[in-house]
Each structure stands twice: as structure tokens, then as C-alpha cells.
Ligand binder design. Structure first.
Ligand code: CDP
Ligand code: CDP
Length: 216
């Protein structure tokens, strides 16, 4: 079974995908982590060309979650869980996500994983481009202000200092690029269920999604 979840930054995709994965016993595939790992490589190697980054992506090994820590991200044996969540990566990742050849390489890896194990994939172009054959598709949204408030809370937990205005500006900047990208833009599929999570708790969203999955 493949469940596709797309939506803008801070709509709750990764937290909800992780919760659904526990409840349904399906692997969780955080596709944004692939883009963030490519962004980490690019920041560490500032001279990298699109071709170099595509080659890196082709060869990189990413592990998402272990039985002890479902949130851990291992890139080629290095724990990058926190390193890929910084504001610097949030800036760089938009450049990476605009590189068509990098997207093609990442999508190959995502499709290969989904074909073998099925799973819950969350990102931007899963329901339209990566797995248009998914069994259930969700498009999560929330107002930019709600999403910025959530992300600010995440940064506070990581002891990263950002003003609410800076976080809101970053969310809006990424929204624009995600929706307007030529290849693989953020887009709701015609047969996806849209859920506005602005005034919903995580457990309310999960309950609604489980209802839809079980009824499908
Ligand atoms: O958690 P957040 O929504 O902030 O970001 P993410 O899901 O970790 O994704 C990081 C970045 O990768 C996003 O800003 C997107 O531009 C890009 N991305 C993408 O283009 N396509 C995907 N399938 C997943 C992420
Ligand atoms: O993956 P994405 O960027 O779409 O969002 P996330 O990282 O899963 O969620 C951002 C933050 O918002 C997390 O701390 C979630 O726990 C929180 N959240 C929430 O409080 N209520 C929701 N309905 C959805 C997310």
C-alpha cells in the first residue's frame, strides 16, 4: 500500500506520516530529507554543480528512523537529523529543489523504495509525479501564519533563535518556490483529499486520515 501526503512547509506532513506509519505498520519515507541531505552536501561543497549534486544523490544512502529513534536520519553512516533542520538548510534546499536533474535522481530512489516496501511518502510532488498510482492521497494545508508558528516552536526546541517575522518570511518564500517550480511543483492531485489543518490538533488530523484510509 502506498499513501501519498503532500503539502506546504509546516502543514504537519512529517509528524503525521510518522504517526500513521506507527498505526498502520507501513514504512515512513520522508522525501524532504532527501532534498535536505543534498542541500547539506551543497553547503559543505560550495563549488558543487548540479551534475555533482545529482551524482552525490545517486550514490547517497539514507536511512530514515531506527527502532529506537523513529526521527533519526542517517546519511552515509552520519547522523544528520539535526544538521538538516537548520535555517541555513531551509534556505539552500529551495535551490536544490529547483534542480530538475537532482529531482529526477531523488525520484528514482523514492520509487524504488516505494515499489519494494510500499509506505507513507510525504513531500511536494508525491501524488502527482513520484507515485501517481498511490492508493490514498492527501493534500494537507494550513495558513502561513499557523505554519510559521509551528515551525518557530520547532526552532525553539532546537535552541535556534529566529524571530516570528523571519520564520513567516521563510515559509512564504518557500511556498512561492514550491508552488511555482517548473518541474515537480507542489500541487493537489484531482483525486486527493484536502485537509485544512489550521484549527486541528495532530490527533484530529490523524483520526480523520485513518477514517479515510480505512474506508478506501
Ligand atoms: O518540513 P518542511 O515542509 O519544511 O520541508 P521538507 O518536507 O523537509 O522539504 C524540504 C524542502 O525540499 C522543501 O522546501 C521543498 O522545497 C523540497 N521538497 C521538494 O521539492 N519535493 C519533495 N517531494 C519534498 C521536499
Ligand atoms: O513536515 P511538515 O513541514 O509539513 O510539518 P511538521 O514538521 O510535521 O510539523 C511542524 C510542527 O507543527 C511540528 O512540531 C508538529 O508537531 C506541529 N503540528 C501541530 O502542532 N498541529 C498540526 N495539526 C500539525 C503539525
Amino acid at each position: 500500500m502506498i499513501i501519498a501526503i503532500d503539502g506546504p512547509a509546516g502543514s504537519g506532513k512529517s509528524t503525521i506520516a510518522r504517526l500513521l506509519s506507527e498505526k498502520l505498520g507501513l514504512p515512513y519515507i520522508d522525501t524532504g530529507a532527501f532534498y535536505r541531505c543534498a542541500a547539506l552536501h551543497s553547503l559543505r561543497n560550495p563549488e558543487s554543480s548540479e551534475r555533482n549534486i545529482s551524482l552525490f544523490v545517486n550514490e547517497m544512502r539514507i536511512r530514515i528512523g531506527t527502532p529506537d529513534d523513529p526521527a533519526i536520519i542517517i546519511l552515509n553512516d552520519e547522523d544528520v537529523s539535526e544538521k538538516i533542520r537548520t535555517p541555513q538548510i531551509a534556505m539552500e534546499v529551495s535551490n536544490i529543489a529547483d534542480m530538475k536533474n537532482v529531482r529526477i535522481e531523488i525520484n528514482k530512489k523514492l520509487r524504488a523504495s516505494a515499489e519494494v516496501t510500499g509506505g507513507i511518502l510525504e513531500g511536494r510532488d508525491i501524488q502527482t509525479l513520484v507515485c501517481p498510482q498511490a492508493d490514498v492521497k492527501f493534500f494537507l494545508t494550513a495558513t502561513p501564519e499557523t505554519r510559521a508558528k509551528r515551525r518557530l516552536g520547532d526552532y525553539e526546541g532546537m535552541k535556534i533563535n529566529k524571530t516570528p517575522e523571519e520564520v513567516l518570511a521563510d515559509i512564504k518564500r518557500r511556498d512561492k518556490r514550491d508552488y511555482q517550480r517548473d518541474y515537480g511543483p507542489l500541487k493537489k492531485a484531482d483525486d486527493a483529499v484536502e485537509i485544512d489543518t489550521s484549527d486541528m490538533t495532530l490527533s484530529q488530523v490523524v483520526a480523520r486520515m485513518l477514517e479515510i484510509i480505512r474506508g478506501s
